[in-house]
Ligand binder design. Structure first.
Ligand code: C2O
Ligand code: CU
Length: 509
């Protein structure tokens, strides 16, 4: 067997993974030179139903790739040909979307748009060049509201061809996820998104809702939506379609089942954090340490930005570097109300401190420096535009009185107006949010620069593929270079909102 020709044997992946990878299954391909040859090794993924133990005594029926949650981490080099054969052993159709990867349109995994759903018992071969480098991921794009929530998501790491301007000794991938098990107390929603994570309601309400102002308790910690006819009313009016998330996991496990991260003093650990949650924004913090943000949705910043905590909307990724300079035992945890109790914490233990008692996680965010888009300077990594700027304005609406109708310019997909542009055009999308919830909007097939958000223009736009548009008249302007021909979804990454209609089609011709 060719050294490059490896298979993802069912469940056998973990064998080679050490504690250093914190449960992430590395495919052990470091001996393959970047782009040395373009023969595509075959990666086999099988989607099937499993029973999964989130924590002792909390076993759920779930869906997994190769029997694990999150699915196996795929690691490839930039430019390398990737071939993944998906075998569908579920009793329902499925597909895979390669989130953040500039795949050819036919490989994008959107049922009814780029491919037919993969039927139960059938297989489908995905093949594409791994581009651009960075923390990407893959997940089901069929009935995501169920299938993704049940576990069909995993990291895809594309290692850059050129050395990165980031110093670190080793790396660990952390996948955050929310679960609706029906066994626990539902966690308060995080409708105000990343703004909410920073203690604001977002948009025009910014600054009116400090979490430390005492209003938090009054409104059940759910932002203004609770008072203003968003979800709060919905609850009262019997909106029961919303799954009640009651368990929060890191790499498929809830504390105390989360795998501790063991470090040596002086080490620099790169964390690739990915929020695979359906509904919840997380705010990650590591007690006793600061986090240096180096990448946004996989794309490098000019320089690292040191913060105390990082709010992460659904589908967003942040790479952060931790310098292990404060020996002891500490919790890496989420500061959102109820998330620690629901399991979202893991230990970081220094060598020689195995018996240390970690301080209890602090929930407050008062006085902390929290990451926001304006803090980073993005690097110019997008292709150069050749055409004229195509300007579109999309107004996000819906969710009124607890409904699950979500709209773009007043229409529900597939009735939303398609956005047409020519290959090479800069595509500038202005987003206005008339609804009571933040929407993490994601573009398939190409990344964009975030030019401004809620009225603040950024001098050095970040490169991302998800932008969290603040609630309550919040806004954002993003600009992609439409370099990838085909029909691409632009949608809210909360599956409930997407399936409720918040999708527009971008047609690049
Ligand atoms: Cu992460 Cu339409 O997808
Ligand atoms: Cu949304």
């Amino acid at each position: 067997m060719n050294r490059r020709d490896f298979l993802l044997a069912l469940g056998g992946l973990g064998a080679g993974a050490t504690a250093a990878s914190a449960g992430a299954a590395l495919l052990g391909r470091r001996d393959v030179a970047a782009g040395a040859d373009r023969a595509a090794p075959t990666i086999r993924l099988e989607a099937r139903e499993v029973t999964w133990e989130l924590a002792p005594g909390r076993t759920v029926k779930a869906m997994a790739y190769n029997g694990r949650i999150p699915g196996p981490e795929i690691r490839v080099h930039e430019g390398e040909r990737v071939r993944v054969v998906l075998a569908n052993s579920l009793s329902e159709p499925t597909t895979i979307h390669w989130h953040g990867v500039d795949v050819p349109n036919a490989m994008d995994g959107v049922p009814g748009v780029t491919q037919r759903p993969v039927a139960p018992g059938a297989t489908f071969a995905y093949e594409f060049d791994a581009r651009p480098a960075g923390t990407r991921w893959y997940h089901t794009h069929f009935d995501e509201q169920r299938q993704m929530d049940l576990g069909l998501a995993a990291p895809l790491i594309i290692e850059p061809a050129e050395k990165e301007p980031v110093g670190y000794d080793r790396e660990v991938t952390l996948v955050l996820d929310d679960w609706a098990t029906g066994m626990g107390k539902p966690v308060p929603p995080t409708d105000a998104g990343t703004a909410g994570g920073r203690g604001k309601a977002g948009g025009m309400m910014s600054g009116m809702m400090r979490r430390d102002s005492g209003m938090d308790g009054m409104m059940g910690g759910r932002g203004m939506g609770g008072m203003m006819g968003g979800r709060g009313m919905g609850g009262m009016m019997g909106r029961d379609s919303e799954p009640a998330h009651d368990v929060m996991t890191i790499n498929g496990k809830a504390y105390p089942a989360t795998e501790p991260l063991r470090v040596k003093k002086g080490e620099r650990v790169r964390l690739r954090i990915l929020n695979a949650s359906a509904e919840h924004t997380h705010v990650l913090r590591l007690a006793g340490h600061r986090l240096t943000v180096t990448h946004t949705d996989g794309n490098p910043l000019d320089a690292g930005v040191e913060v105390d905590a990082v709010p992460i909307a659904p589908a967003e990724r942040y790479d952060v570097v931790v310098t292990a300079n404060h020996p002891g035992a500490w919790f890496l945890h989420c500061t959102q109300p109820g998330h620690v109790e629901a399991g979202e914490r893991m230990l970081m233990v220094y060598e020689g401190h195995a018996r240390a008692t970690p301080p209890a996680p602090e929930r407050g965010i008062t006085g902390l420096t929290l990451w926001e888009y304006g803090m980073g300077r993005g690097r110019a990594v997008l292709p150069v535009a050749t055409g004229d700027t195509r300007n579109v304005v999309l107004t996000l609406g819906g969710g009124m009185m607890g409904s699950e109708v979500w709209t773009i310019n007043g229409k529900q997909y597939p009735d939303t107006e398609p956005i047409r542009c020519r290959k090479g055009d800069p595509l500038r999308i202005t987003l206005r949010n008339n609804s009571m919830e933040a929407h993490p909007m994601h573009l398939h097939g190409q990344s964009f620069r975030v030019l401004s958000a809620s009225g603040v223009r950024y001098e050095h736009p970040l490169v991302k593929d998800v932008v969290d548009v603040e609630a309550h008249m919040g806004s954002a302007v993003v600009e992609a270079v439409a370099h990838n021909p085909g029909d691409w979804l632009f949608h809210c990454h909360k599956p409930m909102h997407m399936m409720g209609g918040m999708i527009a089609l971008v047609k690049v011709g």
